[in-house]
Design a protein around this ligand. Structure first.
Ligand SMILES: [Zn+2]
Length: 947
């Protein structure tokens, strides 16, 4: 470790030392010529080391306290784009950096993964992350790379043969591994990696360690073995669902010593919970399709979870027939087909995924707006986890559960998986809890949270169907008296069905054998259906008048103390009032219910004007294009929430873009120019002003959003070719634009793009030939020339001899285009003659002249701008000459960096102006903007801080 000291003399001549720590490892990461790839402030620190020498005794812990808080926040901004940590994150990261084992139990979407992603960036050592699913690792690596973080995974799916060696050499900040890989990789791998530095081992989805958890994985049990190899490396267990039993299992199994345990709230405030009882059948599926069409129109991703593969297939078919891009995922599909489905969903090529719960743990997509369960889930734990995949980015999203009565009969089926009586009971209990959730007539969030041991003080959350729908109450005292009295008279050791049959006057064998037909209640409930009585039974359970008990797989219902108290106050001819909310079913009027909800989460435009909403849609498309060209998922480029903030601000400079919460350095450096250009262009189109000024609503904002034609990627067409074709044909971009599209690691040749488009045409993709001929300047004369050359050469297998027979202006793309056309059986007549081209060319010239005119009319503005040139240098000169050369310090990049780093909590603009009183406000603001866009400093709560 090399320690550099950066010393500042402050006015009172006291030393303020800021200590910068460089790891040996940074030397390895230096460029080949030996120059360090450090930021200017680091050079600054070196220079100071040369200038001053003194002895200084320090305590490593105090170094930590000086370095970390600032470093943590600047790292957060640089890589993740946020200026503030979310609850628990900072504390957890601190504990990990101190080398302490940690257990993190936090809800999905609360930012758990950040807890292990930040430490390696600060410590400059590798973080090992054990993750159960390869697809999950791949998605996370993809997203991290878009943040400029060096990440890789070691698994059977790794195609880069150097990955393991690079990993050993400490080249990755974050290295993902499956538990199998982690347990079986050689000790020499670990010792080499230990030499370069490991800052933590994170065990993601740590509940897989516990047999009590719902996703037990045997390999997870072996992870403790790593402790003997990785001495002194802190272990971090992370999970979204864990009961106390599971928590203790994780701690024991990973042999954690005095771990720091952080348990966050399970409350997902942005999620709306709703439940509807439905009748299975085609009419419901039709309504579902209609509902999902609305979702799709609002650009949100949807998952539909089904309990059977048959349902998955049926619903997918109906959705596709309804013109919705839906894919499916279930256990009977091949691995390859499942991977393809997953990949397409992640990249927004599919709008809806219809799946069994096999599709799940591996999904890391933050912008899923709707999770629909079709059928009662098997446990409340799994429901919480599956529905929790919704809205991980914090934007309002909804979780709907549609169940039918028949679903409740599946207990036996689920219990079939149990290997012991205890497990059977656990399965039954969980299934019962899920049923209770379905039947609940009071706040669903409260029930969910309390199930996970969290108290929810209020009785109404205001964000679930039971809280938002005003339900009428009705006095059901007589019916409640009959049902509870009958249950009591039957002895309280039956399920709900038998007492209901008694009430409805059944003379079934079971009833007559037990002489229940002699009870006074027999036949008194004939007026209502068995379903009606069951609904009442469930209501009485949820209000505590009845208790449900599970024995083996058999459920019994008995009267609770509360129920007994009510019964005691009743007489056969008179009951005190008992008011309960009417459910659709207890209302007896099933016709008026709509099976699917009208509430569309994420469809609200969060106070956006119509023009802003339009801009948002356009930028979503822009993001899609960037993602496609970078071969990544749109969310990995930039999250929905960040994009909404960009729409609200409409930044005109990189500094303003960088200052938006959620915008990281990678986004600014890689896509900044392109984004700013798009924002400027689109805002102009929509008559929106830049830089957050009041939006001017564009009354006739034209809707430029076009639906993508549904074209499946042909089997023999590579993703790169398919992507290029999509951008050319569907996005309407020119080959030149596609070739130089930001997001590519390196630009490709225009002719390569055109070649891709032609290859796609051969594979059956639709191509706008007229546009293509225009773009490449293809004429009938050229085609005829090529044809003649082919005849002369006598073969069309090799292009070079053909090309040599042709004039120079005929290029390979012309030849390829003509050959493709021939193969597709197209005639030369579809190509315009050179005369037609000339006409079009003329039109083209006119257009460019028009463009020039517009440009000219803008000139005066430019001149005006030049008159009021605000460039720092110019104004600074003027000021200085006016003020004369006084002692007042002048603001420069170096002087500001030098001064600002003494203030851990940051400085305000007025502090800066006071200190650098030799410079003007405009100069300071210009410089600050520049430094913000370069990620040298960042602004938080109007305070400027050093990155
Ligand atoms: Zn509620």
């Amino acid at each position: 470790m090399v320690v550099g000291f950066n010393i500042n003399f402050r006015e009172k001549k006291t030393f303020v030392a800021r200590i910068l720590i460089f790891k040996k490892k940074e030397k390895k990461r230096a460029s080949p010529n030996g120059a360090k790839t450090c930021k200017p402030r680091v050079f600054l620190a070196h220079r100071r080391v040369l200038e001053f020498s003194f002895s200084f005794q320090f305590d490593p812990h105090s170094i930590r306290s000086i370095v970390k808080p600032m470093k943590m926040e600047s790292t957060l901004k640089e890589y993740f784009g946020f200026s503030t940590f979310r609850p628990y994150q900072k504390e957890i990261i601190e504990k990990i950096l101190e080398g302490r084992d940690s257990l993190v139990v936090m809800a999905t979407g609360s930012g758990k993964s950040l807890c292990y992603q930040v430490p390696p960036l600060i410590a400059k050592k590798t973080a090992i992350v054990i993750s159960p699913l390869i697809s999950l690792m791949q998605d996370q690596v993809m997203a991290l790379k878009q943040r400029g973080i060096k990440a890789e995974h070691l698994s059977t799916a790794q195609t880069n043969s150097n990955a393991q060696r690079n990993a050993e050499n400490g080249e990755y900040d974050i290295l993902y591994m499956t538990p199998e890989k982690a347990c079986f990789v050689s000790n020499s791998f670990w010792s080499r990696l230990l030499n370069t530095g490991i800052c933590l081992v994170a065990v993601d989805e740590a509940h897989c360690i516990s047999e009590w958890g719902h996703d037990f994985r045997v390999e997870y049990k072996q992870l403790y073995k790593l402790r003997d190899v990785l001495l002194n490396v802190p272990f971090v267990g992370l999970t979204a669902t864990a009961t106390e039993k599971v928590r203790n299992d994780i701690i024991d199994s990973l042999r954690m010593k005095d771990p720091h345990v952080a348990i966050g709230s399970f409350d997902r405030k942005n999620l709306y919970y709703g439940v509807k009882s439905v009748n299975r059948g085609s009419s419901f599926v039709d309504e579902l399709v209609a509902q999902i069409s609305k979702y799709v129109a609002n650009a949100g991703s949807t998952i539909v979870y089904c309990t059977t593969i048959k349902d998955v297939q049926e619903i997918t078919k109906s959705l596709c027939e309804g013109g919705i891009k839906a894919g499916m995922y279930h256990g009977q599909m091949s691995n390859k087909a499942r991977e393809e489905s997953h990949r397409s969903f992640i990249r927004d090529e599919l709008q809806v995924m219809v799946a069994t719960i096999a599709f799940g743990m591996g999904i890391d997509k933050p912008d899923i707006r709707h999770v629909i369960h079709y059928g009662c889930p098997k446990s409340l734990e799994s429901y919480y986890q599956e529905s929790g995949r919704c809205g991980r980015d914090g934007i309002a999203s909804d979780c709907w559960l549609y169940f039918s009565r028949g679903d409740f009969g599946k207990a036996e089926f689920y219990c079939g998986e149990a290997s012991s009586a205890n497990q059977k009971k656990a399965i039954m209990d969980s299934f019962m809890a899920a049923q209770r959730y379905c039947m609940q007539t009071t706040c669903r969030r409260k029930l969910l949270l309390e199930y996970f041991g969290e108290t929810f003080a209020s009785n109404k959350c205001g964000n679930c169907d039971n809280c938002t729908n005003t339900k009428e109450e009705s006095d059901i005292s007589r019916e409640a008296f009959l049902l509870m009295g009958c249950i009591q008279s039957c002895g309280g050791y039956w399920g709900l069905n038998l007492p209901i049959d008694v009430l409805r006057g059944s003379r079934a064998k079971k009833i007559t054998e037990n002489q229940f037909d002699n009870l006074p209640y027999h036949g008194l409930g004939k007026d209502f259906s068995a379903n009606w009585w069951k609904t009442l039974g469930f209501q009485l359970i949820s209000f505590g008048y009845l208790v449900e008990t599970v024995k083996d797989t058999y459920r019994t219902v008995s009267v609770s103390q509360e129920g007994a108290k009510f019964l005691r106050s009743c007489r056969p001819d008179h009951q005190p009032p008992l008011l309960l909310p009417i459910t659709y079913e207890s209302d007896g009027n099933q016709d008026k219910k709509s099976t699917v909800s009208d509430n569309i989460a994420g469809s609200g435009h969060d106070g956006m004007s119509q023009a802003e909403a339009e801009l948002y849609k356009m930028l979503l498309e822009e993001r899609m294009k960037l993602a496609r060209s970078a071969g990544t998922a749109p969310y990995a480029i930039c999250g929905d929430l960040t994009l909404k903030k960009i729409v609200a601000t409409r930044p005109s400079t990189k500094a303003r873009l960088a200052n938006i919460d959620g915008v990281n350095q990678h986004l600014v450096t890689r896509y900044g120019d392109h984004l700013l250009q798009s924002i400027q262009q689109l805002s102009k189109q929509l008559d929106l002003s830049l830089d957050g000024a009041v939006a001017v609503e564009a009354s006739q904002a034209n809707n430029n959003c076009k639906a993508y034609t549904i074209t499946k990627q042909p089997k023999d067409l590579s993703p790169a070719k398919y992507g290029a074709w999509k951008m050319w044909q569907e996005d309407g971009l020119s080959a030149e634009k596609i070739a130089n599209f930001p997001g590519r690691s390196a630009p490709i040749k225009v002719n390569t793009v055109l070649g891709y488009v032609l290859d796609a045409a051969r594979e059956g993709c639709v191509v706008d030939w007229t546009r293509l001929f225009n773009e490449i300047g293809m004429t009938q004369e050229i085609a005829a020339n090529i044809q003649a050359a082919i005849l002369k050469v006598g073969s069309k297998d090799k292009l070079k001899p053909i090309k040599e027979e042709l004039p120079e202006e005929v290029d390979y793309t012309h030849i390829k285009a003509w050959l493709t056309m021939q193969d597709l059986g197209m005639s030369i007549d579809v190509i315009p003659s050179s005369n037609q081209h000339a006409e079009q060319h003329c039109n083209g010239t006119e257009e460019s002249e028009r463009a020039t005119v517009t440009h000219l009319s803008e000139e005066p503005c430019k001149t005006e701008a030049a008159l009021f040139d605000d460039s720092p240098r110019k104004r600074q000169k003027v000021e200085l000459s006016e003020q004369g050369s006084g002692p007042s310090p002048e603001i420069t990049e170096a002087s500001l960096l030098d001064w600002i780093q003494s203030f851990r909590n940051g400085v305000t603009l007025s502090d800066i102006l006071k200190h650098f009183n030799g410079s003007t406000e405009a100069t300071a603001i210009d410089l600050l903007s520049y430094m913000e866009s370069e990620f040298l400093i960042f602004k938080k709560n109007n305070l400027y801080k050093l990155m």
